[in-house]
Structure formats: structure tokens, C-alpha cells
Design a protein around this ligand. Structure first.
Ligand code: AMP
Length: 364
């Protein structure tokens, strides 16, 4: 079985690592010569819309998937006309555009922050009375890890925030004073079965995920499962999907969804019976889905900017280190580590030990 992956970054790398025991081979299409999954399969080096490479991928791969959502929509459409593509190009199109995504949530009765479309400075000014302060201005497309976003605290911030977008269409939304951020990772296979992981509780700083903790038995699990099933069914979705949510006063509000494996699910490699990466492959290959129960309590800490010392991380006996083989760069996720414990107190101590190491290398 050959799986084609658009993108050869760390998510593709972890998908491939999960596929090896199942005897799956991989072909990656990625424009970067040193993409970090490139030693784990064949690397087609070129642009995502290179017609020759796309034709080769479609010809050779039994199924094509992707590791990030900013692939040109017509690329996914082209591939879907020639081979199986999961998730569908439609899921990709919805997730690529924050305005379309929010309208999609709205149609499914999944709550979102108050929002308005912004395509000029005047439309931003006009939207603010209804949205209220503080608010966040986000580019509609190409945003990730807080990129293309500005917090608006008062009318004085509008001009600079609008100029930062350089004319790109945007959406302005109310800032949610959330109690916490959670995400739910769910998996749906070709025949429509859905399995859910225990919620992830997520800590962001500067718009970038820092720590995710598994939360088996969380009070918000049922509500999150209801929202994510609605979303997956409406999209006739196949594969792993991550829905990011804000919790406020016992209610969940959708922020966004990722049509792919997700950073807040990395803990599932050691902390669940079947990892999100293996279950994504099972789903797109039409295989039975694996159990998603948590194995103990676990947490994942990202290393951002610079590489941690392998010896220091592994000096924590419970730590499992994942180095992505990416060169250090400001704000770049270069590694993560997962720790597992049988009680919350022990887990907190282990998280503290890892975050201390992560803060030493963090330059963001
Ligand atoms: P995003 O790229 O939309 O996932 O945003 C990155 C992070 O910024 C989120 O995980 C939150 O921590 C924060 N954020 C984004 N939108 C909002 C919002 N409307 N209210 C409060 N925080 C937000």
C-alpha cells in the first residue's frame, strides 16, 4: 500500500513512523529539499501545483492525504479526480478560509465568537460596535500559529492591525475571555464510524501551542464529541480531524478545526492505545479504527526555536523525545516530548521539568 502525502514536515514524519509497522510505503510531495520526512519515504521535490509531480503522485499512490491545510484547493481537486484523496478537497476548502469555516460552524449550530468579514479599513471600523472590545483581527487564509493576527484593544489599534494584513481579506472576532482551551481529536473512517480521543487541554503562548494534557473523563467531553461528529458528518469526513475550542462558563465555543493530525494530539503516541497518526492511516486505508482510550495521564511539551539537549530531556526517565530533524529557527516547532504518569501530581512535576527545559531554548 502506498500513501501519498502533500507536505513532508514533522506531521508527515510522524504519519510515516506510524505506517511502517503496518507495512505502508510513503511518497511525499514537498517543495523543500530538506523537508524533515524526506528520509522516511520517496520525496518528490517540487511545488504543490507542479503538474508533472502531481500526475506521478496520483498515478503511484493508492490514497493521498495531507499534513497541512494550505495546499491550493485545485491541487486537491486534481488529485481527487485521479485517485482517492482523504480528507476530501471540500474539507480542505472549508478549513482554509476562516470566514467560510465560521459560517459552516454557524450552519451546524456550533457556537463561535461573534465575527464579521473585513475587506477594507472602513468595514473593520463599521464592524467594531457589534463585535466589541477587545477583538482579534485574523487573515482569512494562510494563518497558523497566531500568524496574520492582531489583538485590537481600542480604536487606536485598528490602523496598524489593518495595515499588517497588506490588503488581505480578514475576519474580526470577539476576544473570548476563556477559562481554558481544549481540543478534541476525532477519527472517521470510510464507512462512517467515528472514534474520539479524550479531550486535550491546551496552553498557548503568543498564539503557539506550548503544552497539551490528556483529559480522560473531562466534563466537556460529551459536548465536544457532539460538535465534532456534526462537523465530520456534514463534511463526509475521512481521517483525523482536530476541533479547537474555548471553554467559558461551562460552555464550548469553536475556534477552528484542522483537517489533519494535530499538535494537540501528539500525546496519543505514548498516551493512548492507538496514536492519532496510526488511526489517520487506518481511516484513510479503510481499516478498522484502533482504540482511543488514554493510557494513564499524559502531557506533551513543544520545543520551539532551538533544539533542547537530548541528554537533559532523556535525563527525565519518563520523557519520550521526538526530534523533528528541523534546523532551528525563531518560533519554529523543532521537537516535542511526552511524559506519562498515573496521577495528576506526578504529571505536574514532569510537565514542570519539561517546560523548564523548553523555556531555556524558546526564542519566540
Ligand atoms: P488560531 O490561529 O485562531 O488558532 O489562534 C491561536 C491562539 O490565539 C488560540 O489558540 C488562542 O489562544 C488565541 N485566540 C485566537 N482567537 C481568539 C479569540 N477569539 N479569543 C481569545 N483568544 C483567541
Amino acid at each position: 500500500m502506498i500513501v501519498g502525502v502533500l507536505g513532508a514536515g514533522q506531521l508527515a514524519r510522524m504519519i510515516a513512523l506510524a505506517g511502517y509497522p503496518l507495512g505502508v510505503d510513503f511518497i511525499f510531495l514537498d517543495p523543500s529539499a530538506d523537508a524533515c520526512a524526506n528520509t522516511l519515504g520517496e520525496h518528490l521535490l517540487g511545488d504543490y501545483n507542479d503538474p508533472r509531480l502531481l500526475a506521478e503522485l496520483a498515478e503511484r499512490a493508492d490514497v493521498v492525504t495531507y499534513e497541512f491545510e494550505n495546499v491550493p484547493a485545485d491541487v486537491a481537486e486534481f488529485l481527487a479526480a485521479h485517485t482517492q484523496v482523504h480528507p476530501s478537497p471540500n474539507a480542505l476548502a472549508v478549513a482554509q478560509d476562516r470566514l467560510v469555516e465560521k459560517a459552516f460552524f454557524h450552519d451546524l449550530d456550533i457556537p463561535t465568537p461573534a465575527y464579521a468579514a473585513v475587506d477594507s479599513f472602513e468595514s473593520l471600523e463599521q464592524a467594531m460596535p457589534a463585535i466589541g472590545w477587545p477583538a482579534i483581527l485574523k487573515s482569512r487564509t494562510q494563518g497558523y500559529d497566531g500568524k496574520g493576527q492582531s489583538v485590537l484593544k481600542s480604536a487606536d489599534d485598528l490602523k496598524a492591525a489593518w495595515e499588517l494584513l497588506e490588503g488581505a481579506p480578514a475576519v474580526v472576532e470577539a476576544f473570548v475571555p476563556f477559562d481554558r482551551e481544549v481540543s478534541i481529536i476525532a477519527v472517521r473512517n470510510v464507512s462512517g464510524s467515528i472514534v474520539f480521543y479524550p479531550l486535550s487541554e491546551n496552553l498557548h503562548r503568543g498564539g503557539i501551542l506550548r503544552v497539551s494534557e490528556s483529559r480522560e473523563g473531562d466534563a466537556m467531553q460529551t459536548q465536544a464529541e457532539a460538535y465534532v461528529s456534526r462537523l465530520m458528518e456534514a463534511l463526509d469526513y475521512v481521517g483525523v480531524l482536530a476541533l479547537e475550542l474555548f471553554e467559558i462558563e461551562g460552555k464550548l465555543i469553536a475556534n477552528e478545526f484542522a483537517p489533519r493530525v494535530h499538535n494537540s494530539g501528539h500525546w496519543t503516541i505514548e498516551g493512548a492505545e492507538t496514536s492519532q497518526f496510526e488511526n489517520h492511516l487506518r481511516a484513510i486505508l479503510d481499516l478498522p479504527l484502533g482504540a482511543t482510550a488514554a493510557v494513564g495521564k499524559s502531557a506533551m511539551v513543544n520545543f520551539i526555536g532551538n533544539l533542547p539537549s537530548t541528554k537533559e530531556v532523556l535525563g527525565i526517565p519518563q520523557a519520550h523525545l521526538h526530534l523533528y530533524k528541523k534546523s532551528p529557527r525563531k518560533g519554529r516547532k523543532v521537537a516535542h516530548a511526552t511524559v506519562r504518569a498515573d496521577n495528576s501530581e506526578k504529571l505536574s512535576g514532569l510537565i514542570k521539568a519539561l517546560t523548564t527545559l523548553a523555556d531555556q531554548v524558546d526564542d519566540s
